[in-house]
Design a protein around this ligand. Structure first.
Ligand SMILES: NC(=O)c1ccc[n+]([C@@H]2O[C@H](COP(=O)([O-])OP(=O)(O)OC[C@H]3O[C@@H](n4cnc5c(N)ncnc54)[C@H](OP(=O)(O)O)[C@@H]3O)[C@@H](O)[C@H]2O)c1
Length: 260
């Protein structure tokens, strides 16, 4: 991460920068001297995070309290970032809805897609042209290991994360020639509020600090990254080679066991 500021530019935008993985990205980038724009819904958490980071590091922190599923959130972000050079965008905010699709409320499922698919793509569109103009930039998408397989009881979430993985891979090729690095990270279960919020409890949990640290170290070196050997075996290995008649019931039973 030595020359990150020179390589990418002075400001980093992090969605979901108040908690879990996003907060770890924020700390790592503040250590490097990046000024931060943190985006989340909880205004108090944003203010506390801003105070904590500004008191520890010599960086500026702007906060944007907005719900990424709302149509006007992108224009709010555009307005607040219009006079700064955004060199890094960490599309991290997300959550999941657990359970059988037909039992869930459609509005909730639709909002999930807005948050985990449409918002990161819209934010990329907002910032990528400016990056091209400056001839430098980096974008990280936090997808999920389930992007590599279909996941019963997480049908919308796994479909959304797969869409994000495909978008991240495609755009990484498109913008490479403009000196913009794109990495799509596909973590397995991590020790964050996500687990409780999703109503699941996974037996093996990675530290979000490790995921953020490794992700930043691979930006510019890889286009995708699935942290953890066990995760790679389960999701990139079994998730892709097992026939559907074995794979789908297996993943459904794993999800049932994880449900709180
Ligand atoms: N933890 C895991 O097991 C796991 C595994 C694979 C992938 N992931 C992915 O990792 C990413 C980060 O999650 P995490 O594990 O760090 O969870 P987390 O601790 O719950 O953090 C989620 C962050 O996203 C923000 N957020 C959620 N919905 C938002 C919305 N609609 N608009 C704006 N901000 C929103 C939250 O703040 P507010 O609530 O204040 O808005 C919070 O800052 C997510 O994309 C998740 O899908 C997590």
């Amino acid at each position: 991460m030595g020359n990150f500021i020179t390589k990418y530019g002075p400001w980093a935008v992090i969605t979901g920068g108040t908690s879990g993985t996003g907060y770890q990205f924020a700390l790592k980038l503040a250590t490097q001297g990046f000024h931060l724009v943190l985006i989340a819904r909880d205004e108090q958490a944003l203010e506390e995070t801003k105070e904590r980071i500004e008191s520890r590091y010599h960086v500026q922190v702007k906060t944007i309290a907005t719900d990424l599923l709302t149509p006007d959130s992108i224009s709010v972000i555009k307005k607040i970032t219009q006079f700064i050079e955004v060199g890094l965008v960490i599309n991290n905010a997300g959550y999941s809805i657990t359970g059988e699709f037909h039992r869930g409320d459609w509005e909730d499922q639709s909002e999930l897609l807005e948050t985990i698919v449409k918002a990161p793509i819209a934010l990329t569109h907002l910032f990528v042209n400016e990056m091209i103009t400056h001839g430098r930039g980096g974008i990280i998408f936090v997808s999920s290991a389930v992007a590599y397989t279909s996941m019963p009881l997480w049908s919308v979430y796994s479909a959304g994360k797969a869409a994000l993985l495909h978008f991240g891979e495609s755009i990484s090729q498109e913008v490479k020639k403009y000196n913009i690095d794109v990495l799509t990270v596909c973590p397995g279960a991590m020790k964050t509020k996500f687990q409780e919020r999703s109503g699941i409890q996974s037996p093996i949990l990675m530290e979000p600090e490790k995921v953020a640290r490794l992700s930043l170290s691979y930006l510019g070196k890889k286009t995708t990254f699935l942290p953890g050997m066990t995760n790679r075996i389960i999701f990139q290995g079994l998730g892709r080679v097992l026939p559907n008649r074995i794979r789908l019931p297996l993943f459904e039973s794993l999800m049932k066991k994880s449900q709180l």
